[in-house]
Design a binder for this molecule. Structure first.
Ligand code: HSE
Length: 405
């Protein structure tokens, strides 16, 4: 069976490698046929690459090739990936993708197009890299009402935070290593500002609760304000800082969803997720908490998920998988700042007397080299709006949410 790969970057080249290195075992999984990479679309040249004969810069070479039935889209970005994917689905080809930006923005339209054209649009690699999460969420946990999801969804930021926490490494140095290892997006702003995690939150929320959630609906804060001083205070509280995507069910017409740094205490399953690893904790009403853990970025782990989707398409050429979600609504994602209560970590230029005059109950934290005019503390439970009100007039250095996961 002929397949094509669009985008020969880290993931796309991994897809070709995994298909080829597993050519002896894949046929038995798809009824004896072999998978053959027939075309690779990329605008760049790859002189000396062993697949040189397969490269094309013309999308029509894939679209018009009737023998190509499955296409892996590993280009990233919304355009032209959306246009290409739509044309392929309408031409009766199944598409599998690792492109979370595209799924978060246009998943609804693409899944509908797949449905209408009797083909598959599969997205396992779009969240959590190599971690199986899309199928477990839609199939294995289907009996549950999902109450909430909390995930470490970006490998680059988890790697950076781990290096800061465990080695006292600077943010910039850790980012450089993450880029060298092929974890980061082309523009790492999407990683460190939380946009990549936000896209994955959108996909998980859409799947878990059945209505499309768009990135613009998810309040997002990255890790660029996290300093080694914050790391040190939170260490003294028995916790670590993680970039978390959080989704909470409120009612059938409303959820809360946000991405931000968060304090996770050391007893939590999420606290031990280090380096490039990701974890998604799903809280279901029947199952309780289940945690999916594994490599969240990188060439072969992500390719593992893409190729699994290719195998699934190859197995089900005559059967459309029932999978997807419905339209969203503007007011579907509520303002978490006025609805969700939690404790907060606060670091400010102030003294304890001033803090005590405003907060009824706080836990003070300390660090080596703490200046005499600086305090850090964990508040009791409140909404973020209530916290902002209490901190009026304070010279705040940083605020970080504290989780109960
Ligand atoms: N840049 C992403 C990450 C790649 O670091 O998690 C996987 O989506």
């Amino acid at each position: 069976m002929k397949v094509a790969v669009m985008g020969y970057g880290t993931v796309g080249s991994g897809v070709v490698e995994v298909i080829e290195s597993h050519s002896d075992t894949i046929p038995q999984k798809i009824g004896g046929e072999t998978l053959e990479v027939a075309r690779i679309l990329d605008l760049r040249d790859f002189p000396g690459d062993p697949h040189e004969a397969l490269f094309t810069k013309d999308f029509n070479d894939i679209l018009n090739d009737k023998e190509i039935k499955i296409v892996a889209e590993t280009m990233g970005g919304v355009n032209p990936a959306f246009d290409f994917t739509m044309k392929l689905l309408k031409a009766g080809k199944s598409v599998v993708t690792s492109n979370k930006e595209l799924v978060a923005q246009k998943g609804l339209e693409l899944l509908k197009a797949a449905e209408e054209n009797g083909v598959n649009y599969l997205i396992e690699a779009s969240v959590g890299g190599g971690i199986p999460i899309i199928r477990p969420l839609t199939q294995c946990l289907a009996a549950n009402n999902i109450e909430g999801i909390a995930g470490i969804l970006n490998g680059t930021t988890n790697f950076i935070l781990t290096m800061m926490i465990e080695q006292g490494m600077s943010f910039d140095e850790a980012l450089k290593i993450a880029q060298e290892k092929g974890y980061a997006e082309k523009d790492p702003t999407a990683d460190v500002e939380g946009h990549d995690a936000c896209r994955k939150v959108c996909i998980l929320a859409s799947l878990a609760f059945g209505k499309h959630v768009y990135p613009s609906q998810v309040e997002t804060e990255g890790i660029t304000n996290i300093s080694l001083e914050d790391v040190s205070y939170i260490n003294s509280a028995g916790g670590v800082i993680k970039l978390l995507g959080q989704i909470k069910y409120i009612s059938k017409d409303s959820i809360a969803a946000f991405v931000s740094p968060a304090v996770v205490y050391n007893g939590s399953q999420l606290a031990s997720v280090k380096d490039v690893f990701n974890a998604v904790l799903v809280r279901g009403d029947a199952v309780g908490d289940v945690c999916f853990y594994g490599p969240g970025a990188g060439k072969l782990p992500t390719a593992s998920a893409v190729v699994a989707d290719i195998i699934d398409c190859a197995k089900h050429t005559d059967r459309k998988k029932i999978f997807g979600w419905g339209a969203g609504a503007e007011d579907y994602v509520v303002d978490y700042k006025s609805t969700i209560k939690m404790p907060f970590y606060v670091r400010a230029k102030a003294d304890c007397a001033r803090v005590n005059s405003v907060f009824s109950e706080v836990k003070y934290l300390s660090r080596k080299g703490q200046p005499s005019d600086e305090v850090a503390f964990i508040t009791d439970v409140m909404t973020e709006n209530e916290l902002t009100e209490k901190l009026k007039g304070f010279e705040v250095i940083n605020i970080i949410k504290v989780t109960n996961y």
